[in-house]
Design a protein around this ligand. Structure first.
Ligand code: NDP
Length: 489
């Protein structure tokens, strides 16, 4: 095991990838582990990866070996092999279903569960000492517990080559994210820290980059000379769904915009990296986020709202403030919108509007690129004349291009048409992609430490203005399209 002086970050030139032998999930009895992580892992194994790992669960619950096996059994059954046989890199052969099943069974039956309080000095270290390294430690714990667990670890406690997987939210503000980064940097090098953003899977990231950078039709017009504005939207038709304990302390801005939508914006706005290597890619993401900010006139650059009683698809939804576990004085928003400016040559003057909310009438997960009108439309055309719009949908990934063409009948009359395409999907579940990156030592999809801090830097002034009530809290009925008074997107 390597040891490091306490204030000295681990060198970036530390040995690179060593194959992970053990996946240790802390918070093994929690919701994330049961509903998302274990099914993601099972699909990964069924697809021929992660075959040689030992899976270890740990948590504060006093679970018997049978309880842990039951949980594995149930969660693994939730992720059958996907029907499409789509080889990611063309080099790997998918195993037969029988092989996939026997690999899942062998990892399940060898898996063990350990009860421990990860925040107690020496307990996590004692467990790590029993495990074959390198270990990938997945912190599926409440954020404050993860932070405490990391701060009681010493560099020498981790088998060499180990990786740390941190869930969102990463810190609660810029200062706490910075502190957590410094704690982690004493344990492992930056490229061994995986800050999870499961929102954008690998296929989606590459779909955006491929679309932008491989098409002569798009790349030269992807700038402020041709683009009027960009909207990035994540509207959910789910309400609180018993997650008040987490959500009422976060709200839409922290839950979705601070983490996920700023990452989508970065992929849409960044310059072309010279390679798809994680360092090039993450450098470019970092650069464009550093140039991003929200205008200080928060009454016009931001909006917030909260849902009132309504119905979604026949389901009755109560007022947000009447939901179990909600504390009205926290004044938590369930719909948030911010306009981000990017101060660089490519994007000066182009507003990027980021919006996310819960309990809306329709699910919508897309980025919309609104092009400028043409410089001259020959006189004589009639009918609709709207600028070109490109819509990139996420999960499933789709592409829609709205164009004006000559309509049927009167050829002088312009009409709107939409060209549509489906983009390639991944065979893996989102958390399977996360784990694949962790187990193969590829941090491309993980948020780099400086970027995690920068995303807080962008939203912190907004949070402060909202805290000071500088921006009114609007209302919208659950199941509606949002607030009537807001400009429609
Ligand atoms: P849960 O509250 O469901 O689970 C937390 C787990 O941590 C429980 O198993 C709990 O055990 C365990 N735990 C708490 N304290 C300790 C301790 N001191 N020592 C050992 N184990 C402990 O949370 P979630 O699974 O929902 O969330 C986990 C993380 O994932 C959070 O950071 C969350 O923000 C993030 N996340 C969750 C998502 C979700 O859909 N659930 C989605 C995206 C991110 P016990 O119950 O015995 O206390």
């Amino acid at each position: 095991m390597t040891t490091h002086a306490i204030d000295e970050p681990v060198s970036e030139s530390a040995p690179k990838y060593r194959r992970i032998q053990t996946l240790l999930i802390l918070g093994a009895s929690g919701d994330l582990t049961g509903r998302l992580l274990l099914p993601g892992l099972a699909r990964l194994i069924r697809h021929g990866r992660a075959r040689d790992i030992t899976l270890v669960g740990a948590g504060s619950d006093d679970w018997s070996p049978d309880q842990w096996q039951d949980r594995l059994h149930t969660s693994f059954a939730d992720a059958p092999s996907s029907s499409s046989i789509n080889d990611h890199d063309g080099a790997r052969q998918r195993p037969s279903p029988a092989d996939g099943e026997s690999a899942v069974e062998s990892i399940r039956s060898a898996s063990t569960y350990h009860q421990l309080d990860v925040t107690a000095l020496g307990t996590l270290a004692a467990l790590l000492a029993q495990l074959e390294g390198p270990v990938a430690i997945y912190f599926a714990l409440p954020p404050a517990v993860s932070e405490k667990a990391c701060s009681v670890l010493k560099p020498g406690d981790l088998p060499e080559g180990s990786r740390l997987v941190m869930e969102k939210p990463f810190g609660t503000d810029r200062a706490s994210a910075h502190h957590l980064n410094s704690v982690l940097s004493r344990l492992v090098p930056e490229d061994h820290v995986h800050r999870v953003d499961h929102f954008l899977g690998k296929a989606t990231v590459l779909n955006i980059l491929g679309l932008r950078f491989a098409n002569r039709l798009l790349e030269p017009v992807w700038n402020n000379l041709h683009i009027e504005s960009v909207d990035i939207i994540f509207d959910e038709d789910l309400a609180l769904e018993n997650r008040a304990r987490y959500y009422d302390n976060a709200g839409a801005l922290k839950d979705m915009i601070q983490s996920h939508l700023l990452q989508v914006m970065a992929l849409i706005a960044m310059n072309a990296p010279s390679t798809l290597h994680e360092r090039d890619l993450r450098d470019h993401i970092g650069t464009v986020l550093r140039a991003s900010s929200v205008d200080q006139d928060f009454r016009s650059s931001t909006r917030r709202a909260r849902y009132t009683a309504g119905s979604i698809d026949g389901r009755q939804v109560p007022d947000y403030v009447a939901e179990a576990g909600v504390e009205p004085t926290r004044n938590t928003e369930t719909l948030a919108e911010i306009v981000v400016s990017i101060s660089n040559e490519r994007w000066a003057g182009v507003p990027f509007r980021l919006r996310s909310g819960k309990a809306l009438g329709k699910k919508r997960k897309e980025a919309v690129i609104n092009f400028k009108p043409v410089n001259h439309l020959p006189l004589g055309f009639t009918g609709q004349d709207a600028p070109t719009r490109l819509r990139i949908g996420f999960g499933p990934d789709t592409l829609k291009l709205d164009l004006d063409v000559n309509g049927p009948g009167d050829v002088f009359c312009l009409d709107r048409t939409t060209l549509e395409a489906e983009l390639n999907a991944s065979d893996l579940l989102p958390y399977g992609e996360v784990l694949d990156g962790v187990l193969t030592g590829d941090p491309t999809l993980s948020v780099r430490g400086d970027t995690a801090e920068d995303c807080w830097r962008i939203v912190e002034p907004v949070l402060a203005a909202w805290q000071a009530d500088e921006v009114p809290m609007d209302e919208y009925p659950a199941g509606s399209d949002g607030c009537d008074s807001w400009e429609p997107i």
